[in-house]
Design a binder for this molecule. Sequence first.
Ligand SMILES: Cc1ncc(COP(=O)(O)O)c(C=O)c1O
Length: 421
Amino acid sequence: MIPDMCCKEDEGLKIEGVSVNDIVEKYGTPVYVYSGSRIRENYRRLYDALKERYDKIRIHFAAKSNTNISILKILKEEGAKLDTVSVGEIYLALKAGFRPQDILFTGTNVSDDELNYLIDSNVVINVDSLSLLDWVLDKTHPEILSVRVNPTIGAGAHEHLITAGDDSKFGILERDIVKAYSKAQHAGVNRFGIHMHIGSGILDPDPHRKATGKLMNIVRNVREKTGIEFEFVDIGGGIGIPYEPQEKEMDLERFADEVIGCFKEKLEQYDLGNPYMCMEPGRYIVGDAGIILTRVNTIKKTKSKTLAGVDAGLHTLIRPAMYGAYHHMIHTGCTVDKEMETYDIMGPLCESSDFLGRERELPKLEESDILGILNAGAYGFTMASNYNSMLKPAEILINDSKHRLIREAETMEDLANKQRY
Ligand SMILES: Cc1ncc(COP(=O)(O)O)c(C=O)c1O
């Protein structure tokens, strides 16, 4: 959650000193609002915890969680590199000023056109299949190449968020890894990285520790069979954030102790040199730095429920409908003396799954009240859609108690713009 939210009786909610009412009045609803200082704090907390324990740390921010160029620029200023999964993300990363050598491409199932763009853009390619490896080696001589390993240890807050396992669509299985590196070596590549990403929304250090141990055993095997000394070992992203009020945040000290501890132990035990240790967090960096402000349009009773209809929906935040994800909601107005009521919070789409929350205890709502949907900084806008021909909202960045428009809201013309009729 954005930490210094304060709600004064007379003014309603403020985020870093900026009144929610001012934002809503100026930009309308729904609207995504981000805290620049929270993004920086999250980045530094993670970087410092890792760096304290191992000197060569790199954080590749996972652009898929939030690709707003202004947000990418903040992370660039902090010293982050980027993990990208599409050529569109590479395009935006370059616009934000990242150097190609600081952009890792971890796409899966890539088309020929995308591959050509990749080669031209000169980013670091992290191959996810043997066929992609063949293509890359056929078309170019990469200065450095990485291979995404499927360590078959997966974890995540929902089955759709698990990205490793025997039949996962991601990465290359251990049995083919030595073959992959040997091929690249024979093709003349001489600088290498290795990578995994086991899943997302993980609040316990155990899966990362176990998977890091397995990855390091693979590093050792590759080293023994090919002599390769890795420049970086990337253990992926996936650190979760507490979405529900009773959830506890990841114990970062324990995470860093265990994961870096395991990494260093294997480096020493197997004499694996001094590679960079990389992580690619998305949600941990931007998740709790974003909030969606949404207006109550309708209060409606069904046989057994009270529904509050808001102007955000699954087109604005798909996580509740897609993963059954919980996002905490708050009333942003003055709620002193209001009784509590239980609501199901529905969006405006013609779609039965368009609910943002069920059974939420909130101060009694009235039409035109503004709700804040918390922890919407990651996988909010990037997963938004125009379903039902809804318009994508504006994005606002708060920095030093000032708000700034960092993406205009779409207009009706945008819906027709690319159509030919
Ligand atoms: C390859 C890769 N790296 C990093 C991430 C970031 O995950 P998270 O936002 O959970 O940290 C993802 C997310 O799916 C990913 O696919």
